[in-house]
Design a protein around this ligand. Structure first.
Ligand SMILES: [Zn+2]
Ligand SMILES: [Zn+2]
Length: 442
């Protein structure tokens, strides 16, 4: 089959198969599960892979799954990925009423796109044209949340890292992957229907436990040490440092209180915070982290409390692969027209796709079709053609360019110089883990 004919055939196959992939995405939307809890969601993906006759490995990093499609001839392996997990968003119209889990980052659309692409590319006519293989990987836990729950999984020995892709990298799931891509949702219609080439911040995650002394809040507050006041001083001290953050570093520090006290009639003695320190480079993150730690200790010092600090690896800053994006851009233009494909703007958010960009040619384009605020209660997918089907088609056509006779994929792999080896990556990630205790009473 001629290249243009193959592409036209894939577009027809995407149209034919996408309704069931969209139905599955809607099913996931209505049954959200947060990271490392996505058992039902993964089950839907398994069934879909089974319906395509694709063998798959399950239970990777608890809920991850990977199906492999072997092409007719030898060549590199390209991964199309989707993320399984939801957020927690009280008040979201599709939030689970019991857990408040909700898909407010559009990950359900990613799974729909990945499976629509799988359905088209698994067609025997297409498989016949492939010089290489495709792995479809449903990845757990992109959102770095619920740190206490995830630490319990680490303690049980079920995980080492608290993010999905880091754990899959460690397990060797990407060892034989030469290139990887995933299309993420976006509400930024100024970037057209599909945006390419955006960079994301990196991030580390921190947990602070302020420990004070509990006493009667009415009759004996003078005998207590108020851990909540310590946390409040820490917040103010973090804010006092914000003017030192430089715009070019795109620093974001955003703590939340996950436990603010136990009973209203006692001085709070156990207050827990979680926070990210994000930035454009690891150096900028490290600089901001010194200031954040100083501020957290200042809170403890002010009232004579103790603070236990845990720091964890979260995400590496995104590195952009221009050559890979160029191949994707050309195919996205076939699908949605050149007026609807735009260069994406830099983002203050972070993703573990940034980690993969350090190891292999990797892209994360964005697709719109959604309204509201990402991670907000009003984030809604309005147009599944734009959010699921068009990115599926753009990624499937990109695979054809990578794995057909022109061997653009092999060229991409040859020209890629990894920023880190897998071992250096794991060492870097492990190096972020730090536990410190500061006693403000001494
Ligand atoms: Zn998100
Ligand atoms: Zn997301």
């Amino acid at each position: 089959m001629q290249k243009n004919n193959i592409k036209a055939h894939v577009q027809e196959l995407i149209s034919k198969h996408s309704p069931k992939a969209v139905d599955l995405a809607r099913d996931i939307l209505e049954h959200p599960e947060t990271g490392f809890r996505e058992f039902r969601t993964a089950g839907l993906v398994h069934q879909f892979f089974d319906s395509l006759g694709l063998s798959h490995q399950d239970g990777l990093a608890i809920t991850g799954t990977r199906a492999d499609l072997v092409g007719a001839k030898k060549g590199p392996t390209v991964a199309i990925m989707g993320e399984l997990d939801s957020l927690i968003v009280p008040g979201h119209p599709f939030a689970d009423p019991n857990t408040e889990f909700a898909h407010a980052c559009g990950h359900h659309t990613q799974i729909g796109s990945m499976l629509a692409a799988a359905a088209a590319l698994a067609d025997p006519d297409i498989r016949e044209c492939l010089n290489g293989n495709i792995a479809f990987i449903a990845v757990p836990a992109e959102e770095y949340i619920e740190l206490e729950y995830r630490q319990s999984l680490v303690k049980e020995g079920k995980l080492e890292f608290m993010g999905g892709k880091a754990e899959l990298i460690k397990l060797g799931v990407f060892d034989d992957i030469d290139m990887a891509m995933l299309t993420h949702s976006s509400t930024n219609t100024a970037e057209g229907k599909i945006a390419y080439g955006s960079i994301n911040n990196g991030a580390i995650a921190k947990e602070a436990r302020f420990l004070g002394v509990q006493s009667h809040a009415g009759s004996a507050p003078h005998k207590g040490v108020n851990a909540l006041q310590a946390a409040q001083v820490a917040f103010a001290a973090i804010n006092a440092n914000r003017e030192t953050f430089q715009d070019s570093d795109s620093i974001r520090v955003h703590p939340i209180i996950t436990h603010g006290g136990d009973v209203v009639n006692a001085v709070p003695s156990n207050v827990r915070l979680e926070m990210f320190v994000r930035g454009r480079t690891l150096e900028a993150i490290a600089d901001a982290d010194i200031k954040v730690e100083r501020a957290l200790k200042a809170g403890a010092l002010a009232v004579g409390a103790k603070v236990e600090l845990n720091t964890f690896a979260a995400y590496l800053p995104m590195s952009v692969n221009e050559d890979f994006f160029e191949i994707f851009r050309q195919n996205a233009e076939i699908v949605v027209g050149s007026d609807n494909v735009k260069k994406g703007s830099p983002r203050g958010s972070s993703t573990d796709m940034g980690d993969l960009t350090h190891l292999l040619p990797t892209i994360q384009p964005y697709a719109t079709g959604c309204t509201g605020t990402v991670h907000g209660a009003d984030f809604i997918v309005q147009d599944y053609q734009t959010a699921v089907v068009d990115p599926a088609c753009s990624m499937a056509l990109t695979v054809l360019d990578l794995l057909t006779e022109e061997a653009k994929g092999s060229q991409l792999v040859r020209n890629f110089h990894p920023i880190l080896t897998k071992n250096a990556y794991l060492e870097l990630q492990r190096g972020f883990n730090r536990h410190t205790i500061f006693d403000g009473a001494i």
